[in-house]
Write a protein that binds this ligand. Structure first.
Ligand SMILES: Cc1cc2nc3c(=O)[nH]c(=O)nc-3n(C[C@H](O)[C@H](O)[C@H](O)COP(=O)(O)OP(=O)(O)OC[C@H]3O[C@@H](n4cnc5c(N)ncnc54)[C@H](O)[C@@H]3O)c2cc1C
Length: 403
């Protein structure tokens, strides 16, 4: 689940003629400002030690032996060395992707991101495994308490409001989000849990999206049925007459989904090729941007991707459709700590960019770290990898190249 506070620009939306002018200007050269390859601009606000750490972590994440076994390696080290020693050893990896464990750490991360015009969207981590001796109902109670605690924290950090949230308010957490303009994006998970998650999300949307899209769903475009599912959800919210926001992702659980399908002898729920996933992703970006342009305030989309082509496509379409860069209806989302070459130029050009930021101690965050390691292997193999940009900027700072 991702939590973020509505952009303040939302309340001061430009008049229509101004919006048209902005659109026309943007249409001339829609993404000429978007240079994803200038290391100096991208890492301007990063210290040299931060660059060294990023380079080392991305190098590690490009190693198959590590990425293929990241979770067992991290879990095994925790058992063998204990949590404190593991944290000491894995500190660079942890600090790259996680700002810390508490609200003060989150506030610091938010302040650091603000320097580059990037905002924070709080990635809310819940336990999905029963601990030894724990009942399901105790797990759900613990998760609810954590949710309420983190709702309050997200509001204080992102909106600067000091609003304690008491357990008695559990059944009113939706109202809490409504009162504080806290947008809640419900994540897409596994193909076999998504139908229930989708229904719950729609039920929440029916209750709380009467004025604006507070509750968002997620569409994972690596799923073969992504388009049909989204069609169903959109027609449902339309028939209820409520607003809706959609976070578009490619999808994070490819290996698990494929392995499970093979094991159960069921059809693979994921597209056969990366290209098919990308085609689906880009077509849904186009579809959702068209919907935002047509429905105004009742619709919103987050292009949650690190893929430069998808981001460029979204930017080009926004210009063609006359969509303002930052009025709260179109957001871009990337992972905290990486893909600065996408986030920084986007934010500098005035688009609404959010970094998905988790909190948690090393052991609660191990599966997250393992997923990020796997994700970064793809990026490290990309044609213009972040690693190369980091190396170029380090060389420049150390006087090893010209310019
Ligand atoms: C803000 C934010 C929110 C997110 N929320 C969610 C969420 O709710 N649920 C979720 O699952 N993920 C979520 N993610 C993770 C997201 O799915 C991954 O970041 C994303 O898949 C990485 O793809 P990309 O668009 O950045 O680009 P790329 O690096 O171009 O694409 C990599 C992706 O392509 C797909 N792919 C790769 N190889 C193949 C293949 N052989 N066949 C088919 N498909 C392939 C996979 O989805 C892979 O992750 C979120 C990410 C962000 C930044």
């Amino acid at each position: 689940m991702l939590l973020g506070v509505r952009s303040s620009a939302r309340h001061g939306r430009p008049a229509r003629h101004l919006r048209l002018l902005q659109a026309a200007a943007a249409q001339l050269e829609p993404d000429s400002e978007l240079d994803f390859s200038d290391p100096r601009q991208v890492f301007d606000k990063k210290s040299t030690p931060e660059l060294v750490r990023s380079l080392a972590v991305l190098k590690l994440c490009s190693q198959d032996w590590f990425v293929d076994n990241a979770l067992p390696i991290l879990r095994g080290s925790e058992r063998l060395l204990g949590r404190r020693l593991l944290l000491a050893l894995a500190r660079p990896l942890y600090s790259q992707f996680v700002p810390g464990t508490c609200e003060a750490d989150l506030a610091q991360a938010a302040a650091r991101l603000r320097r580059t015009g990037v905002r924070l969207v709080f990635a809310h981590m819940l336990e999905d495994d029963l601990r030894e001796g724990q009942t399901l109902s105790a797990l759900l109670d613990d998760n609810l308490a954590l949710t309420l605690h983190q709702f309050g924290m997200a509001t204080r950090v992102t909106a600067g409001e000091d609003t304690p949230l008491h357990p008695a308010q559990a059944d009113r957490s939706g109202e809490f989000c409504e009162r504080h303009g806290l947008r809640t994006m419900v994540d897409g998970e596994y193909s076999y849990t998504n139908p229930a998650i989708g229904l719950l999300t729609l039920a929440l949307a029916a209750n709380f999206n009467t004025q604006s899209p507070l509750i968002w769903g997620t569409t994972q475009c690596y799923l073969r049925d992504a388009e049909q599912t989204l069609t169903k959800h959109l027609s449902m919210v339309d028939s209820l007459g409520v607003s809706y926001g959609v976070k578009l992702v490619r999808g994070a659980y490819l290996e698990k989904e494929v392995t499970r399908a093979l094991k159960l002898g069921i059809p693979r729920p994921i597209h056969d090729t990366y290209q098919a996933t990308s085609d689906m992703y880009n077509s849904q970006v186009e579809r959702m941007l068209g919907r935002v342009a047509a429905l105004g305030d009742r619709s919103a989309v987050m292009v949650a991707s690190h893929n430069e082509n998808s981001v460029r496509l979204a930017v080009r379409l926004m210009a063609q459709l006359g969509l303002p860069r930052d009025d709260g209806r179109v957001l871009f989302g990337q992972t905290y700590g990486v893909y600065e070459q996408v986030s920084t130029p986007l934010a500098s050009a005035g688009y609404a960019v959010y970094k998905s930021t988790p909190l948690g101690d090393i052991s609660s965050i191990l599966p997250y770290l393992a997923r990020r390691a796997a994700e970064n292997r793809t990026v490290a193999r990309g044609t213009r990898s972040e690693r190369r940009l980091l190396a170029a900027e380090l060389c420049r700072r150390l006087g090893l190249t010209g310019s």
